[in-house]
Design a protein around this ligand. Sequence first.
Ligand code: ADP
Length: 273
Amino acid sequence: MRASVWNKSPDPGTGGRSAVVTAVGDPAGGAGPVPAAQGIDLVKTYGTGPAEVHALAGVTVTFEKGRFTAVMGPSGSGKSTLMHCMAGLDQPTSGRSLIAGMDLTSLDDTRLSELRRDRVGFVFQSFNLIPTLTAAENITLPADLAGRKVDRDWFDHLVIQLGIGKRLRHRPAEMSGGQQQRVACARALINRPDLVFADEPTGNLDSNASAELLAFLRRSVTEMGQSIVMVTHDPHGASFADRVVFLADGRVVAEIGKPTADSVLERMRTLGA
Ligand code: ADP
C-alpha cells in the first residue's frame, strides 16, 4: 500500500478539534460508550473463483452513540462496503450488523426498510437529491415517506444550522455543490436518526464548503448528541472526529482516538509503509 493512495489531500491543517472534543463523553467514565452500531465479523465477498474479491474480510467494529467516528483507508479497502452493510443498504455475505442493538440480518424487508428510514441517515458523496423536488421537499422527503408530520422546529433548526434558509425553494440544479450537500445533510437528519453514515460527504466540495459541512457535523455531535460515521480520505476532515478507524484490505488495521491532522497523517504514513 502506498502513502499516495491515501493522500489525496495531504495538507494536515490544524483540524477542528480544539473547540469541540472536550464536550464529548469520556469513554473511561461511567458505564462507557453505548454502541449506536456494531459490525460483528462482517464478511462481504464479490464474485467467485479467480474473480473473488473480499471487500470485507472479517470486520468487527463498534461505533459509539453520540460520537463522531471517521473511517479511513486506501481506495478499495472496503470503506463504502462497510458503511453500506452497517446501514442496511447492502447485506454482508456473513457476519452481523446491529443498529441500536437490533440485528439487521434478522429483519425482513419491511422491517429493514422501516429501520433504515427511521433510525439511519445516509449522506452520499454525490448528494443524491431528487432533481425535481425543491430543497425543502428533499429535506422532508424521509418524513413524508414515513407518513410522519414534519417537526417544524427541528426543520427550522437544521436549516438555520446549515445556513440554507434562502435556498429552500430552489431545486438541486440551482444550488452549488456545498448547498446541495448541506440539504442532503438536513435530509439525513430530519427523522432524528440514531446514526448518520456519511460516505465522503466533502468529496465533491471546495475547501470552504467542506469546512462548513465538517463544522456542522461536529456541532451536531457535540451539541445534539448525534452519532456520526464518516468516510474520508482527508486527515484534516478526520481531525473533526473523536476517533479514526483505519481499514486496509477489508480489515480494521488500526485506530486512533482524539485525532489531529498530524496524528492521522503520521498513522497513514506508517500503515502505508
Ligand atoms: P472503498 O470504499 O474503500 O474504496 P469499496 O468498499 O468500494 O472500497 O470496495 C472494496 C472492494 O470491493 C474493492 O476491491 C472493490 O473493487 C470491490 N467491490 C465493491 N463493490 C463491488 C461490486 N458491486 N462488485 C464487485 N466488486 C466490488
